[in-house]
Design a protein. Structure first.
Length: 298
């Protein structure tokens, strides 16, 4: 009623863990389907149990969450016989758990407390990469995805009285944001899986993005195997004359490694030469517990 160009996001239960999830999403959309354009999702993951395979398998939980909300939106669309499709807005997402016990010790009503300041480690960066890959795979319906906080508070950037530095999760966020522009391709993956609380979890999370304007193809790949490198083969014969332009790898032998103001480059992406392309067939070796960005072009 104010401006027809404004797009609106409705918030249902927002979280998969809420008792109202599903039923309340249906109720909200039944009432306001004609007025809104998106349905909101929120999700944070933690590793309180210090179980890295289960922690990285949260990409499966996120996949199921997105698929469930899409199903609810489409069910209401069918029920109301509408032509408009409701898309998804992932309004909040990240890793968040490190600071919770610390915050319980804060003095009440103190001035400018250091609150919710999670110090992220390397395994957190791996999950952030996996979460972004998962959302990109659903880019046909997930049209908005936001880190709710960017500095200090559960954030990729930390500051002090004397400086600022990039946390581990900054790097997958920056790499995918900068190189993930274009058209997301339906990336068919054949990978081994492992058992998790969320069901079978793939060792490989991967997505490909084509940028026709820049004539580039970018592959984001996450190897969740903690002990073994992974040999990956990809058929790129439809991208004739494309060569590997850049290959970045984010890896570290210590899953708990962090960046600090004194050592800001402890966990950073480095250039890799572990991938090659021959007659349109890409072959790459992804180190154990590593995230890769492989960019191709003419």
């Amino acid at each position: 009623m104010v401006d027809p160009s404004i797009e609106l996001v409705a918030c249902g239960s927002s979280s998969l863990n809420m008792e109202t999830f599903g039923t309340w999403e249906d109720t909200v959309l039944t009432e306001c389907y004609d007025q809104v354009d998106y349905l909101s999702l929120h999700q944070y993951y933690g590793n309180e149990a210090d179980d890295t395979p289960a922690f990285l398998a949260n990409t499966v939980a996120m996949e199921n969450f997105i698929s469930s909300v899409i199903s609810i939106c489409d069910a209401v669309k069918a029920k109301k016989r509408k032509s408009k499709t409701i898309n998804l807005s992932f309004d909040e997402w990240n890793v968040w758990y490190h600071s919770r016990k610390q915050d319980e010790k804060l003095e009440r009503w103190c001035k400018a407390p250091h609150q919710l300041e999670d110090i992220y480690n390397f395994e957190d960066a791996l999950l952030v990469a996996g979460m972004m890959i998962t959302m990109l795979r659903h880019a046909d319906r997930v049209k908005v995805a936001c880190l709710a906080q960017l500095v200090n508070v559960i954030a990729p950037i930390m500051t002090s009285d004397t400086g600022a530095w990039k946390q581990t999760i900054f790097y997958p966020f920056a790499l995918i944001s900068n190189h993930g522009t274009g058209t997301v391709l339906n990336t068919v993956i054949d990978t081994p899986v492992y058992d998790s609380v969320h069901g079978d979890a793939p060792y490989l999370d991967c997505v490909s993005i084509m940028n026709e304007e820049n004539e580039t193809l970018t592959i984001f790949a996450l190897n969740k195997d903690l002990d073994s490198p992974m040999e990956v083969t990809c058929d790129l014969r439809q991208f004739k004359d494309y060569k590997i332009k850049e290959h970045w790898a984010l890896s570290h032998p210590d899953l708990k490694a962090i960046n600090t103001e004194e050592f800001p480059d402890n966990v950073v992406p480095v250039r890799s030469d572990s991938a090659k392309i021959d007659n349109g067939i890409l072959e790459a070796v992804l180190g154990d517990k590593s995230f890769h960005v492989i960019m191709h072009g003419k």
